[in-house]
Design a protein around this ligand. Structure first.
Ligand code: UTP
Length: 410
């Protein structure tokens, strides 16, 4: 089927009209872009993502977890030593997911290139993560390979940024960039958005893209060659993220788990965090928006919240687990966002409120493929200072205070 037939099949009336009105050059640009799009696959994914996620409350159960500060000294030492053994033998790698759009923060550039004044000096988010890695590198006398996931939109800018900053003196050969996928944006009428430069408007397709992208860009192979056995995957925007906690790693090894995660305690029933639970006998994170209210508020006999282990994008995997996940097709979720586009006459429309859907898979949708996960609850003050919004909650201002408090106590 050719492009025009595909556009008709999927009722893309706006694009068809736009093509009637466009110049020869713009027509060529747009048609070249559309030709690369697998319409059937995209619309199948889009239709799937539209389906409501049904949570069957009877399938939700608690998941076992340990609390780091309540571990007895012997257990703590056992986990620590097991973890340090892997770190010291150079079998550990770190992946930073830096392909997000950072729309809420509104920084012009990749989110990792955002800088803030912490600890008395101006630091980029990438630099904060690098310092965290370097601390462990010094302790173990090895360099942890650092894989950075970018998006087609921010890949070049990210790499130039690292080049311009001399890789923050991290060994260049141990920083490996890989690119995630992106998908077209589509409005509430099912019309694919076209950007002002006559390209199909796309956005990165979520953190869950990490699994396939690590394989597609040859990173899993590279890890294998380097003798990596354990891989940490985390976000770019938590300035207290502990990427190399030997206790979490040791706990996963001790429990013979393929996957592990550091959690923090949910502070109040309506806090907007994903929660760990066992769903239909498999580990799962349920997003706050999908969590049934009764479950979010459910209390134990001790009057504590029953489901309270919050996911903070602090996850560990064996290489085998990642290889397996890289072969799976994770479900897509839909996010309603504000995006500009060309109308059928070629005029750019800049909406004031959300007008279009972005398709995203989530990193935690990999967990249900496993039978168990090693969960270790860390202190919120030690592990969580996210930068999501420009102002208010989870903003640079709140993160700075948390960072300072943690580092002055250390
Ligand atoms: P978020 O969804 O919280 O942030 O991603 P975001 O996408 O950067 O920002 P908003 O939602 O547009 O404001 C959490 C982590 O996952 C990464 C982000 O870079 C961040 O580290 N991520 C998210 C990706 O790498 N790719 C994606 O497609 C989405």
């Amino acid at each position: 089927m050719n492009t025009i037939e595909n556009l008709k099949k999927y009722n893309q009336t706006r694009i068809l009209k736009l093509l009637e009105n466009a110049s020869a050059q713009n027509t060529k640009t747009l048609l070249t872009d559309l030709k690369k799009l697998n319409f059937d696959e995209f619309f199948e994914t889009y239709n799937e993502s539209q389906k409501e996620i049904k949570i069957d409350e009877s399938k939700i159960k608690e998941l076992p977890y340990l609390v780091k500060k309540e571990l007895n000294p012997q257990m703590n030492k056992l986990f620590f030593d097991l973890g340090m053994e892997v770190l010291s033998s150079g079998e550990y790698a770190v992946v930073t997911m830096a392909g997000g759009q950072g729309t809420r923060l509104g920084h012009s550039g990749p989110k990792g290139t955002y800088s803030l004044d912490i600890g008395g000096s101006q630091k980029f988010l990438f630099e904060v993560l690098k310092e965290n890695l370097e601390e462990t590198n010094k302790k173990v006398g090895k360099t942890i390979p650092w894989y950075i996931m970018t998006s087609p939109e921010n890949n070049e800018l990210t790499q130039i940024f690292f080049e311009n900053h001399n890789y923050f003196n991290y060994p260049k050969e141990d920083i490996i960039f890989f690119k995630q996928n992106h998908l077209p944006l589509i409005d509430t009428e099912g019309q694919i958005l076209i950007d002002k430069d006559y390209h199909v408007k796309k956005a990165s397709d979520g953190s869950g893209s990490a699994y396939n992208s690590l394989k597609n860009d040859g990173c899993l192979e590279d890890m294998e060659k380097r003798g990596i056995k354990w891989i940490f995957i985390g976000g770019v925007d938590n300035i207290l993220l502990k990427q190399t906690d030997p206790v979490l790693l040791g706990m996963a090894i001790y429990k013979n788990s393929q996957i592990a995660s550091k959690t923090i305690l949910k502070s109040y029933p309506d806090e907007k965090v994903g929660l760990f639970c066992s769903y239909d006998k498999h580990p799962r994170v349920i997003e706050y928006s999908e969590m049934p209210r009764e479950i979010a508020y459910e209390l134990t006999s001790d009057n504590e919240l029953k489901y309270k282990e919050a996911h903070i994008m602090c996850n560990l995997y064996t290489l085998d687990a990642l290889k397996f996940l890289s072969e799976q097709k994770l479900p897509y979720h839909i996010a309603f966002k504000k995006n500009s586009y060309l109308d059928e006459s070629g005029k750019e429309i800049i909406p004031f409120k959300p007008n279009s859907y972005k398709l995203e898979s989530f990193i935690f949708d990999g967990f249900p493929y496993f039978d168990d996960i090693a969960l270790l609850r860390g202190d919120r003050e030690e592990n969580f200072a996210p930068i999501k919004n420009k102002e208010g909650k989870d903003s640079p201002a709140t993160a700075k205070v948390l960072y300072k408090n943690y580092h002055t106590k250390r």
